[in-house]
Design a protein. Structure first.
Length: 129
């Protein structure tokens, strides 16, 4: 897990250095904060446009798919932050298997919830008839 994070950190640092180098070659008077403003801002807008189109399409199919994607994103961030917190505080090992176990727990318990919801809905429909 630490190796994966180190690789991501190195990739981001290399990309940062390349963008910084290009801005200097072009004679742009950007500070580090300026680069963050423009690069993260641009990435955010591109991601928003893609996400907006994708979620509008999903909403036509089933609004619960959007809830699932949003919740999955939040849970993924949460389990990653928990693993980083464990590494920083020394209260547990930082392991990919822990992250996968947490995500699997979410998926299994969500399947149980959705099954109960489906069965309860069917039961209510039968009673109403």
């Amino acid at each position: 897990m630490i190796t994966i994070i180190n690789q991501i950190v190195n990739l981001i640092n290399d990309l940062h250095d390349q963008i910084w180098g290009y801005s200097e070659q072009l004679g742009l008077p950007f500070t580090d904060k300026d680069l963050h403003f423009w690069i993260i801002g641009l990435l955010g807008v591109i991601f928003f446009i893609f996400t907006d189109f994708f979620l509008r399409w999903l909403a036509k199919i089933n609004i619960s798919l959007i809830s699932f994607l949003f919740t999955s994103a939040i849970i993924s961030i949460l389990v990653l932050v928990l693993e980083i917190e464990q590494k920083l505080t020394g209260r547990g090992g930082m392991e990919l298997d822990d992250i996968l176990a947490g995500l699997l727990g979410f998926l299994v318990l969500l399947a149980v919830y959705q099954s109960c919801r489906f069965l309860l809905g069917r039961l209510i429909n039968l009673i109403r008839k």
